[in-house]
Write a protein that binds this ligand. Structure first.
Ligand code: GUN
Length: 296
């Protein structure tokens, strides 16, 4: 079998086109606004934030980037978040991770108003997601993976999903989303023993471990759906966690790197921001198409 390639670039472009069309109908003085807090000078984070801002502006979302020195204290950072929480023009607030080690990430993330938490990282939205509540904001990367999985039209119910990685940003929310879709879910991580034996039992394999081309064709069964979240630069070239050339000969569907999951991440963040705007606009939390629990 040779896999069908899941085209994340086109899916992301379509999602952004839809958002742009909806936002263009709004009055020009009342557009969604995203605030991005960036602390320190982590090079990758600066690139990610620049891309988020560029894409936001391209669909008509205002984007304020607040760049802060890594020497900023926790209290100063908390007051900036408080100001943004109170600012009625701001619909979405994200704090780019990782934060400098001197800052308590949990304390900072927890300070974000849950109705503006478009990354879905606050304990409040995490809890709503555990309860499979449709008003939860879902973290952009796992949401993008789910949208791409759904684009295959494969019935997810009862399938064995194996996730490699247990981070708060990707692995854990991904496991909750797939569980909410009635998958049987296994979460593996860097200390898991006999990893290839586990991945060989996967109907759906989602990898976010950052080990370039670690997953070989002997690690998967025929017909597996492979979602590769890894992005690692080796000698100037970008690789995923999956040995694409090998595994595509065995999988039914596979995401390429680049051009798979990556482009969907920013598109889903912008979709969450638009939903936060709508929610503020009508002054009541309710189910919107794009962050409904059923993720239709
Ligand atoms: N760092 C890596 N991924 C993410 C993300 O999705 N959101 C934020 N805020 N920081 C990140």
């Amino acid at each position: 079998m040779t896999a069908q390639i899941i085209d994340g670039k086109t899916a992301a472009r379509n999602l952004c086109d839809e958002l742009r069309a909806k936002i263009s109908l709004l009055p020009s003085d009342n557009r969604p606004t995203l605030a991005v807090i960036l602390v320190g000078d982590d090079e990758a984070s600066h690139i990610y934030v620049r891309n988020k801002q560029k894409k936001a502006l391209s669909v008509g979302i205002d984007c304020r980037v607040i760049e802060l020195s890594s020497s900023i204290g926790e209290n100063a950072l908390l007051s900036i978040i408080e100001e943004l929480n109170e600012d009625n023009k701001v619909n979405g607030i994200i704090v780019q991770l990782p934060l400098p080690r001197t800052i308590d990430e949990f304390k900072i993330i927890s300070a974000i108003n849950p109705y503006k938490d478009v990354d879905g990282f606050t304990p409040y939205n995490t809890g709503l997601n555990v309860y499979n509540r449709c008003e939860a904001f879902i973290s952009a990367t796992p949401l993008g993976v789910l949208r791409l999985l759904q684009s295959t039209n494969v019935n997810l119910s009862g399938k064995h999903a194996v996730i490699i990685g247990r981070s708060n940003i990707v692995g854990k929310p991904m496991s909750r989303l797939l569980l909410n879709c009635d998958c049987t879910v296994t979460i593996t991580h860097s200390l898991s023993e006999n990893l290839p034996a586990i991945t060989r039992t996967a109907d759906i394999l989602v990898s976010a471990c950052g080990q370039p081309r670690m997953i070989k064709s002997s690690w998967v069964k025929d017909g597996v759906i492979v979602m590769d979240i890894g992005i690692t630069r080796v000698d100037g070239k970008i690789y995923g966690d999956v040995d694409f050339d090998e595994v595509k000969e065995k999988a039914s569907f596979i995401t390429p790197v680049p051009g798979g999951v990556g482009p969907m991440t920013i598109a889903c963040l912008l979709s969450n921001t638009y939903n936060a705007f709508l929610r503020n606009y009508v002054h009541q939390p309710h189910c919107h198409h794009h962050n409904c629990c059923c993720h239709h």
